[in-house]
Unconditional design. Sequence first.
Length: 190
Amino acid sequence: IFAGAVFTAPAVEFFNRYLDDVRDFSSLELVLFLVLTGLPSAPMVLVGGRLADVLGRKRVGVPLLALSGTCLAAFYLVPEPWIWPLALVGQMAGAGGGAALAPYAAELFPTRVRSAAGTLTRAIAVAGGAAGLVTAGVLSDSLGLGPSVAALVACPVLALAIVVLRFPETSRRELEETSGEAAIRAPAPP
């Protein structure tokens, strides 16, 4: 969560500023860009969640989030005509991939600690976002805004590697099993 937020927070936070300051978009162009590239991502939340339930969280979420990170990093580096399809694909893939992996926040923790774990994961995400914003700000002095944000894409790549290597597949499994509660509730042998 921390590593993913290191890229996501500055990529989202500096999106409008980049379009305004670097690409010289007018207010109308900025609004049109946001609507045309962002609105199609809304149904991807449903598609990503459904595909994850059928095919598996990692099988759907990891490739979509890798595609999203790649597209959004490239958005900050390429010439103008390419920013439109990159933003569109990046946001759509991010919405689908995020929906596919979001259930991990609840599925990996037993009921008795789920609320505390949720609070802790949100705090970790905020810390990662803060680290990303500071890092992008420091790097932007020498690299410029676009390259400094794009350079942070290495962090969600690390996060996806951790998901692939260490996270269990939780789709089509009972919550008690994925959170470890089944072992706790299992009756002792006679």
